[in-house]
Design a protein around this ligand. Sequence first.
Ligand code: WT7
Length: 707
Amino acid sequence: MAREQEAQGAQVSEAQIAVHWREEEYYHPPARFIGQANAADPAIFERFSEEHFPECFKEYADLLTWDAYWHTTLDASKPPFWKWFVGGRLNASYNCVDRHLATSRNKAALIWVPEPETEDTQAITYQELYKRVNEFAALLRGLGRVKVGDRMTFHLPMVPELPVSMLACARLGVIHSEVFGGFSGAACGDRIADSGSRILVTMDGYCRNGELIDHKAKADQAVAAARERGVEVEKVLVWRRHPGRYASKSPMVAGRDFFVDELLKDYRGQEVKPVSMPAEAPLFLMYTSGTTARPKGCQHSTGGYLAYVAGTSKYYQDIHPEDTYWCFADIGWITGHSYIVYGPLALGTTSVMYEGAPTYPDPGRPWRIAERLGVNIFHTAPTTIRMLRKLGPDEPKKYDYHFKHMTTVGEPIEPDVWRWYHSVVGKGEAVIVDTWWQTENGGFLGSTLPALKPMKPGSCGPGVLGIYPVIYDENRNVVEAGSGRAGNICIRNPWPGIFQTIWGQPERFVQIYYEKYCRDKDSKDWRDWPYLAGDGAVQAADGYFRILGRIDDVINVAGHRLGTKELESASITVEEIAEAAAVPVMDELRGRAVEMYVSLKPGLAPSKDIEDKVAKAIEAQIGKIARPKNVWIVPDMPKTRSGKIMRRVIAGISNFADVGDTTTLSNPEVVEGIRHHVQGEKLSRGQVPRELSPQEMEEIKAFGRAE
Ligand code: WT7
């Protein structure tokens, strides 16, 4: 009933996000998967029930080797600055490397696949990783400038030198801060300055889409940008993609820049004792959302974080010692930190990393890698899945690989895309976990336990073990499961993987994540401090959550708040459509109207007919109120290097407003073409723009969370 009312646009409060999803069918995990799963006994739900919180997380901490065992599981005395496993000491590098030597010295820790198929795959055993990490740690120590608690910035691509550098820092108690390799030098410089790093670790070049990209040039821009903000980088350490052969045109600066392969010669065979760190010592910073405001350096802990990623890797990724696990993401994102490096290596897994673009040299590439290496656990994001579906819908069938388990992460997945992932990529044999979480969270928040809960396309599932989510409306009332109403999803309790603070901005940390629903600022009880994730969500009667996207990304049409994802999902049910993005456009009558941007599957030509089908699908699945003002068929969407569509850029075009900084796009060249087409067409349709107020301009600029 509530749902029908909303569909008619009646009785919808300003704050409420409309929900029009239809319920999807369950898919059940194959018996073969259940028979071997790490979590196959439902008693696990009881062990992690609220009644056993916080002690339940001892089970995760016990996956690690501690130099000193902790005395207090959770110290919640200074909310919301939670402390986990207090009194405990450990070293993350020891836990991910040294302790596996006794049983798995000759097992591959990392299998690195370079982008060019002519280059050999590298299998790096735990022994080899141990050597590389120790030598690089010895080199860093030898510079004489690093001490426990210092920050060090990396600007590294997807090469084994990245996990080696991370683990070397962890060994020394130095806080690493990896900036995604695809980011600009300026973005890197901002993050260097924010964290106060004196050393930058980079690489001369890397392979992407068939090119050897000059990466070192960005280091010079980064150093200059940091200097402008008052931070002087003293040393730039340059790994070489092909040792001995410099791939960049940028000159080395004497006294500042050093080739790591040359320096390493002096450290051959040297060992560095892992520094025993308090559980609460920061392990790394991971920056998020940096284009409009000061970037947020999410500070992650050593003990709590490592325990959380080890535990969730075991139960949700279902990693066993003999599995070949491939998380097809970039280590420059939290996904890669948690689920390529720290979680899998803490468990002694073989973790596959791939250097290049998903469709290089053709869209069969991922499946060739899977076939060749015998990958049986596959982990990636909807954007990659959509791209592979668009460019090679039948490719998986040509390769003989078999996944037992697949993950989707990073944004809501459209049920149609989910079904392709399940039936074509997974060949109907694999379980899928849709894992909802954020850079701030360290590890998964919402997902199904793969052997114990059925899958439901488009829903992440319930809260994961030890996580108790709740949906609140704007008036702090609980939005009940099954009500069909959406609201703000929050987590009622602290958990070991939660970030400790925003580096250097503790007030902002409290304000963004806790202020809205804190019941009493003086309370020392964690129950009064729900964590606000910033996502809109709806909970079905079965307890599964469906994430509707960022709260700031709703489009308010005549007081009817529409989630972008819903509009995009409806568009993608049209057969010809490969990708869709919804943006708001200022509208005299309705405040905002919806405008859709879509791209077509290969070989199809744009037509008025396809535009109409998209508009009709939205009208049918969501309602008249959502009918788009225009549907624009574009050859490609502006995307970040991680593949997220940059909605603010197309929102800028639709509103004849500034598109803002486009330097972090992977394809900035598409912007002008889209602008020309869309704005020209709008003018000829008599949609003459009016000037935006400063507030409206801000709204457009902030639309979409992607950097
Ligand atoms: C935002 C966090 C989690 C690491 C990668 C992204 C969205 C993430 C899902 C999912 C629906 C999802 C949320 C969240 N998101 N995973 N499975 N289903 N939405 O990390 O860049 O910090 O982004 O991504 O909106 O808040 P991030």
